[in-house]
Design a protein around this ligand. Sequence first.
Ligand SMILES: NC(=O)c1ccc[n+]([C@@H]2O[C@H](COP(=O)([O-])OP(=O)(O)OC[C@H]3O[C@@H](n4cnc5c(N)ncnc54)[C@H](O)[C@@H]3O)[C@@H](O)[C@H]2O)c1
Ligand SMILES: [Fe+2]
Length: 382
Amino acid sequence: MTPFTFNTAPSFVFGSGSIARIGEIAAQHLGPRIALVTDAGLVKAGLLGKALHALEEAGIAVDVFDGVVADPPEAVVLAAVEKACAFDARAVIGFGGGSSIDVAKLVALLARSGETLAEIYGIGVAKGPRLPLLAVPTTAGTGSEVTPISIVTTGAHEKKGVVSPLIIPDIALLDPDLTLNLPPHVTAATGIDAMVHAIEAYTSTSANNNPVSKALAKEALHLLGRNIERAVHHGQDGEARAAMLLGSMLAGQAFANSPVAAVHALAYPIGGHFGVPHGLSNALVLPHVLRFNASACEVAYAELAPHAFPELEGRASADAFVEALATLCTQVGLQPRLRDVGIPQDALPLLAEDAMKQTRLLVNNPRPLSLNDVRAIYEAAW
Ligand SMILES: NC(=O)c1ccc[n+]([C@@H]2O[C@H](COP(=O)([O-])OP(=O)(O)OC[C@H]3O[C@@H](n4cnc5c(N)ncnc54)[C@H](O)[C@@H]3O)[C@@H](O)[C@H]2O)c1
Ligand SMILES: [Fe+2]
């Protein structure tokens, strides 16, 4: 067996109602002075109330930064770091979707290490140390609570990653109740993102693709594929929400160690230039990238098919898997074409050029892509 390394968050707490334990957990692991990073939508939705109450009960001083926006730009990260430093925070909580958790990771790092954001982009560049960090996901999508990744949008509309084991949270607190009121469209987009993490981790050509990631990817698809429609159409279904949250975390663990590839490389420019949510960006290119990859993934896609789609048991093939995914994206209400989200056809060459800059992801794709291939995929997706 090929040697490999597997890193994940050292501890996580999972369960309905577990947010009530945040005070006790923070007191034990984070200490009495915490910067909490979130977005205003979550505050408005009243999602923070229980957590803040529990933290207060535990005698913890909390400074809330609620300025995170989707696909967070650099300025938001810098503002959050500044606020945490002014408060003299000794630990950080990221509370929200991938955007809030990604910003929190960088706050924990930059507020302690003195490094600048500009100098830590890339794989394994950050030096640390960082402040203790707890992640509380409120979407079932990115798996950011267990990944070594933080994605930031630069001034040039490019989505850049800070990738380092240093920013894997110390603890993740996963309470599916927090996701019960997630709107259907966000549930759908984030759920498809999680499925893409599992698929791309499974077929990643990374030298560190490994049997643990593969096992996690299959289990993740099992949970996500069987529950995404229920979660979208019956948002208050606690069992479906729990399965989605667990599935997204398992997919996160999988791709944290066997990194994602061309679906993400082609999705990022869509988010960077047109503000299309990350999961929807993935869904828009997913069937087209997988059709391109299919000749190199006949076996792998056929292996995954019955995990995500029980109806494909006994008649699984790469083609059936790809078409079932395309159908699923429309069944959960996601727009099928780039034109449906307002992307003009003359923007496709720019998107293709930017996608080619995502070399850290493209190197993991099971079939190599040229600029012409990427253009053709965007054309097919338009
Ligand atoms: N770090 C990683 O490993 C990783 C992996 C994939 C994607 N990402 C990044 O994560 C970001 C996307 O994160 P996301 O898809 O979780 O979305 P998000 O954090 O951008 O949130 C999307 C929207 O959903 C709302 N929302 C979140 N939780 C809610 C809830 N429980 N109830 C009601 N509304 C809620 C938010 O207020 C926001 O408006 C992108 O920047 C993407 O590039 C990171
Ligand atoms: Fe993703």
